[in-house]
Design a protein around this ligand. Structure first.
Ligand SMILES: [Zn+2]
Length: 150
């Protein structure tokens, strides 16, 4: 058998059991000692590296050092420098997303095609620039003032 408790409507419209005061929440118990670090990787961690790609990046790192393109900086030891270059090649180049065609890597911006067919993106105003200036593909290094880039 189901017993129905008499209820009354509180001033704020909330139905409350008549013989029961508003429930008072017990203070939360102090947490036990923090759990040991989880063995599973956190969701924001990067996936395990691709061994073949990592090996290629290692080879490129050594190659750049040997050829003198990226020599060991003063005060750094060789292995740490190789590892830094390997990891940076891997993360910043090998695993970097492929950008759309006509992308401007210099300014890290996507270019759009103008009515004249040129691909460009707007450049921040400089000193006495009155008009909008554009960075146009194949004319890098120029501040192109061209309304058709709009
Ligand atoms: Zn640019």
């Amino acid at each position: 058998m189901v017993s129905i408790e008499p209820t009354w409507i509180a001033e704020d419209g909330e139905r409350v059991a008549s013989d029961e005061a508003a429930p008072v929440q017990a203070p939360p118990k102090p947490k036990p000692d923090p759990a040991p670090p989880a063995r599973t990787p956190a969701p924001n961690m990067e996936p395990p590296p691709n061994p073949a790609a990592l090996g290629a990046c290692h080879n490129h790192a050594v190659d750049f050092i040997v050829r003198g393109v990226l020599p060991v900086p003063e005060g750094r030891e060789l292995f740490g420098w190789i590892r830094e270059l390997r990891d940076r090649f891997y993360r910043e180049i090998n695993q970097a997303p492929v950008m759309p065609l006509h992308y401007c890597y210099q300014h890290d911006e996507e270019r759009r095609q103008s009515k004249t067919g040129n691909w460009g993106h707007i450049l921040p105003k400089q000193g006495d620039d009155q008009e909008d200036a554009y960075c146009v593909e194949n004319r890098e290094g120029w501040r192109v003032f061209d309304a058709s880039q709009r």
